[in-house]
Design a protein around this ligand. Sequence first.
Ligand SMILES: Nc1ncnc2c1ncn2[C@@H]1O[C@H](COP(=O)(O)OP(=O)(O)OP(=O)(O)O)[C@@H](O)[C@H]1O
Ligand SMILES: [Mg+2]
Length: 382
Amino acid sequence: MTSWVNKLNAYIEQANSSLQKGNRNDASIDMAKASELLFIEAKKTTDSKAKKKIVLQASQLLETSLMLRGEIKSKQLSHDQQNSYKSKIPNQLKHAENFQSAKDNDENEKPEFSRGTTLKFADVAGLEEVKETLMQRVVLPFRFPDKLAFYGLKSGGGMLFYGPPGTGKTLLAKAVAGELGLPFYLIKSSEILSQYYGQSTKNLAELFEQARNESIGACVFFDEIDSIAKKRTDETHGATLQVLTQLLQELDGVNGRSEKIVFLAATNTPWTLDEAILRPPRFCEKCYVPLPDEPARFAMFEIGLKNCPIDPDLDFNNLVIKCNGLSGADIINICERAKLIPFTEAIQTGIDRPVNANDFKKAMQNIKPSVSNELQKKYNNW
Ligand SMILES: Nc1ncnc2c1ncn2[C@@H]1O[C@H](COP(=O)(O)OP(=O)(O)OP(=O)(O)O)[C@@H](O)[C@H]1O
Ligand SMILES: [Mg+2]
C-alpha cells in the first residue's frame, strides 16, 4: 500500500478511537487531516474521473469533521451553507478549501456535446437520392409540422445511414443540422462508453438532457451506433445492456413527447445492430449511403481540387474511371496527396506549377478500394 493510504488509514483509525473515548474534538481534527490528505492526493491526480472520486471522498470526510465539531447537523447542505462552514475551517484545511471550490466548478461543468454547422446538402457531392429522402422524411417534416399533421402524418423517428466507410454519412448528418439551422450533437458512440461503471448511462442522460434543453431543437447524431447497440446475446456484458436499454428508453421518451429533436445514426455494419433499435419509433428509416457513382466522383474531384491550379491537360474523365470503387474520403485523400507534390517542389525550387496527371499517378499508388465484393454483397442483401 502507498504511504499516503497508510497515513489516511491511521488518521481515520485515530479519529474512530477518539470517538469511542467520547472525544469528538480530537476525532474531528483527525478527520480533517484525513480529508486534507485526500485533497492533496486529488491535486496530484491527472485522471479527471479519479480526481473527482477522490475529491468527493475528501469532501465527505470534511463534512464529517465539521459535524463532529457540531458546526453542521445535516449532510444535506446548500451551497451557501457550505461556503459559510468553509469560512470556519481551521488553517490546516486551506488546501481543502481550494479543492472544494475546484470541485464546485467541476460539478457545474457539463460535457459539451453540441456544435454549430453551416454545412448544406449542396456541400455533399452526389448522393442525390439520399438527399431527396432526407429532405422528404426529415427536413420538411421538421420545418412544417402543421402541414404534416394536416395530412395525418406522424413526426419523429430517426434515420439510420449505413454503408461503406468514407462515403459521406457523417457529412450528410451535419448537412441535415445545417439545413435546419439546428445545433449538431455529434456523438461518437464508443466515447459514450466509459470504463467506469455507471458513467456510460450518466453520459447518455446528460447528452439527452442537454439536447432537450435546446430552445430551437437539436440534431443528435450517433456515429458508429453499432458500438452501443449491438445485437444482444447471452454473453452481452451487464453494463453494455444497461447502455442499450437506456438508449432505447431515451429515444422513446423524446419521440413520445415529439420534442424538436432530429435523431440520426450511422454504421458500417448494420447487420450487427440489435433489432430493437430498428423498430418504430426509433431508427426505423434506413438509408443506404453507397460508394460514389461517376458524376459523384467527378464532383468529389472538384471539391478536392478547389482553389488549386490544375494542368489543362489533366483528364478528369480518366481519373473518374480509375477511381471506380473508391469512396469519397479516398478521392479527397488522393487529391491531397497529389497537391502535396507540386507544393513540396515549389518550396524546394521556388517555381510554382499546376497539379498534373503524373502527380495523380503517384498519388494513386497503393490506394485500394475499401469495399470488397463480399462486403458489397452484404450491404446489398441487408
Ligand atoms: N459525398 C461526399 N461529398 C463530399 N465529400 C465527401 C463525400 N463523401 C466523403 N467525403 C469526404 O470524405 C470525408 C469523410 O466522410 P464522412 O466522414 O462523411 O464519411 P463516413 O461515411 O461518415 O465514414 P465512416 O463510415 O468511416 O464514418 C469527408 O470529410 C469529406 O472530405
Ligand atoms: Mg462517419
